[in-house]
Write a protein that binds this ligand. Structure first.
Ligand SMILES: [Fe+2]
Ligand SMILES: [Fe+2]
Length: 281
C-alpha cells in the first residue's frame, strides 16, 4: 500500500467568516497542501428574518460543512435553501440540509429540479419553489434578486443579490485559485489574483472566448449595476468593495484574453513518477 493510500487526505479546516452583517461565507478548500494551488469550495448563509442557506458545499466536506452551518443557524430556523446550479460542489449536501431543516423550502427552477432528479434527488415537489434569472424572493426583511452571473458552467445558474447588505453570491463566477485558504482577495498578490482569475474563469467557461466583447459587456453590466458591496463566490476569496471594480474590469477583458494551458499528460507523468518514489509506494 502506498503512503498516499495509507494516509487518508484530510481537508484543511477553515472557519466561517462574516463578510457582511449576519452574512457568513462557510469556507472549505480542495487541493490545499497537496497541489500547487487550492480551490475554494465555499457556500454561504444569511441570517435575516428568514434565514437562507446559499449553496450547500461538497459531499467530501459534509461533516465540516454541517458543523459550520448549524453553528451559525438553528436547523428549525432555516426557511430557504438556494441552490445556484446543479453541480455537486453546490448541491452536495442539499438532502442532508433539507432533512435537518423541516421548515426549509428549496429555491430551484424547473430545469434545476429536472437535472437534480436525474441524479436521484429525493426532495419532494411540495418543498420546491421555482425561481429563475430575473425573479425575486420576498424573505420578510429583504427582497432578494436572482441575477445570472456573466460566466457559468451550467444552464441553470442564477446568482443571488441581497439589497440589504449589498452582497452578491456569484456561484462559479469571479473566482480564483489560491495557494492556501484565503478569506478576501485583498490578501492575494495582485498579479497572482489577475492570473488566477483569468485562468479559473476561462477554464470554467471556455465559451467566453466565443463571445463578442461588447455583447459580453452587456451581461457584465447586469451585475455591475447592482453596485455590490461584496462579491462572494464558491471558488474564490470574497471580493471586498475596494476590489469590486478591479474584478469587473478583469472579467470584461476575458473574451479577448488567451486561455492559459492546462496541466497535460507530461504533468500527469511527473505526478505518477513522484508517487512511485514515495517510500513504500
Ligand atoms: Fe459549476
Ligand atoms: Fe462550482
Amino acid at each position: 500500500m502506498s503512503a498516499m493510500t495509507s494516509a487518508p487526505f484530510l481537508p484543511v479546516r477553515h472557519r466561517p467568516i462574516e463578510i457582511a452583517p449576519e452574512t457568513f461565507v462557510i469556507q472549505a478548500t480542495v487541493g490545499e497542501g497537496v497541489a500547487p494551488q487550492a480551490i475554494h469550495m465555499n457556500s454561504m448563509v444569511i441570517r435575516g428574518a428568514e434565514p437562507v442557506v446559499v449553496d450547500t458545499g461538497c459531499p467530501i466536506h459534509r461533516e465540516q460543512y454541517l458543523d459550520d452551518l448549524f453553528g451559525l443557524v438553528e436547523p428549525d430556523d432555516v426557511r430557504w435553501v438556494f441552490i445556484s446550479h446543479d453541480d455537486p460542489d453546490h448541491h452536495g449536501n442539499l438532502e442532508a440540509v433539507m432533512d435537518a431543516c423541516p421548515n426549509a423550502t428549496l429555491l430551484a427552477s424547473w430545469f434545476l429540479c429536472e437535472r437534480l432528479g436525474a441524479e436521484g434527488c429525493s426532495v419532494p415537489p411540495t418543498r420546491w419553489r421555482w425561481l429563475g434569472d430575473g425573479d425575486t424572493l420576498d424573505a420578510g426583511d429583504r427582497t432578494f434578486q436572482l441575477v445570472r452571473p456573466p460566466l457559468y458552467d451550467s444552464p441553470t445558474t442564477r446568482g443571488l443579490f441581497d439589497p440589504v447588505t449589498g452582497v452578491y453570491w456569484a456561484s462559479d463566477c469571479y473566482a480564483t485559485p489560491v495557494e492556501q485558504g484565503t478569506a478576501f482577495v485583498s490578501e492575494l498578490d495582485p498579479a497572482a489574483w489577475e492570473a488566477g482569475f483569468a485562468a479559473f474563469n476561462l477554464w470554467n467557461s471556455p465559451w467566453v472566448s466565443l463571445t463578442d466583447a461588447e455583447a459580453f459587456g452587456v451581461q457584465c453590466r447586469r451585475v455591475e449595476q447592482l453596485r455590490p458591496a461584496a462579491i462572494a463566490s464558491t471558488h474564490g476569496p470574497t471580493i471586498e468593495v475596494s476590489q469590486v471594480q478591479r474584478a469587473f474590469d478583469m472579467l470584461r477583458r476575458l473574451p479577448v484574453t488567451p486561455p492559459p494551458p492546462q496541466p497535460d499528460q507530461a504533468t500527469l507523468d511527473q505526478i505518477v513518477a513522484a508517487m512511485s518514489t514515495v517510500p513504500g509506494g
